[in-house]
Ligand binder design. Sequence first.
Ligand code: HEC
Ligand code: HEC
Length: 225
Amino acid sequence: MKLHACLLTAALLALPAIDALAQTHGNDKPAAAAAQPAAPKAQQPAKPDAAAGEAKFTATCVACHGAGGNSGIPANPKLAQQHPEYVVKQLREFKEGKRQSPVMQGFAAQLSDADMRNIGWYVASVKAKEGFAKDKDLVALGEKIYRGGVPDRQIAACAGCHSPNGAGIPAQYPRLSGQHADYTAAQLVAFRDGARKNSLQMTQVAAKLNDREIRAVADYIAGLR
Ligand code: HEC
Ligand code: HEC
């Protein structure tokens, strides 16, 4: 979307300039102006089509992931406002079996690369609904782990990669803020126990977290905004 807007702005800005050029040089040096080679176009894949992504999403995915990807079901991740590159990576890896999920592998298998990109750019454009931390006893521990890690066990601070407010860092580090605690906890357990093997970085981070720490940090993340 941003790229699209940029290109559009650039094109609009360039128009009067081209006009002016044509008017100044049009009469005296038409041949020279015509001989100007066209600016080389950068080699880019076709632009993602968020409207097509919305149509596809609404036809199949909405039942579990909610309107616009704002899932209301704790086991189903919110996708709204997630970085599109991360969404595409996950869909591709479900399709290839690199990330396993009996539910998602079937749905991802039916998507083309273009579908994945269109859906990714669509959900990224939807604003995420905020979540809340629920466990008063654990949230302070969760905050400590999120912001500072557990230095004496070499557990890295989550904030270092996922940013202090959980917005993530495009395109590498996914957004976590507001995610359902049940989903986040399940993913951390899956990384730790080797059921989710599509990120060495996260396998290493989760390896040393115990169940209580996982519950705490997942709860804290649900309330991040
Ligand atoms: C029947 C329910 C269901 C449907 C329908 C469904 N999903 Fe999912 N989706 C899930 C569940 C459950 C997970 C979590 C899988 C796991 O445990 O790793 C998930 C995970 C994902 C993830 C990974 C999110 C993350 O944060 O890593 C993406 C992306 C995704 N789904 C996209 C889609 C798209 C696109 C469609 C439609 C083509 C779709 N899903 C249809 C249930 C569903
Ligand atoms: C060194 C960088 C790094 C650190 C530190 C880190 N993460 Fe991650 N995390 C990642 C990357 C990269 C991914 C994307 C994995 C993928 O592509 O599937 C990720 C993915 C995740 C996911 C899956 C998101 C989803 O939607 O399925 C969760 C949950 C998560 N991290 C939680 C944490 C928590 C909690 C901590 C701190 C205890 C943490 N991370 C620390 C790099 C990091």
